[in-house]
Design a binder for this molecule. Structure first.
Ligand SMILES: [Zn+2]
Length: 84
C-alpha cells in the first residue's frame, strides 16, 4: 500500500512539474512576442516610431517627411535640389 501511495505521489509531482514548465514557457513566449517588433506572418507589425518617407523629385532619394522641402508643387530632399 505504501508503494502505491509513493508512486501516486511521484506521478502527481511529475505532472505538476510538467504543467508549471509549460506555463512558464508560454508566458516567456508571450513576453517575447510583445517585445519583438517582428510579428509572425498574418499579423500587421506596429512600428511606433515609423515616419513617412518621401521621394525627392530631383535625385530620387527617399528621405523623412519632416525634412521635406516643397517647391513648384514637388517634394525635394533639400533646398539645393529644390532650386535646381
Ligand atoms: Zn534630392
Amino acid at each position: 500500500m505504501t508503494r502505491i501511495l509513493f508512486w501516486l505521489a511521484l506521478v502527481l509531482l511529475v505532472v505538476f512539474a510538467i504543467r508549471s514548465k509549460i506555463r512558464s514557457l508560454q508566458q516567456r513566449q508571450q513576453q517575447r512576442q510583445q517585445s519583438n517588433p517582428f510579428t509572425p506572418p498574418g499579423r500587421v507589425a506596429e512600428l511606433p516610431d515609423a515616419e513617412l518617407m518621401l521621394c525627392c523629385a530631383h535625385c530620387g532619394v527617399y528621405y523623412p517627411a519632416s525634412e521635406n522641402v516643397q517647391a513648384k508643387g514637388h517634394d525635394y530632399c533639400s533646398h539645393a535640389h529644390a532650386t535646381l
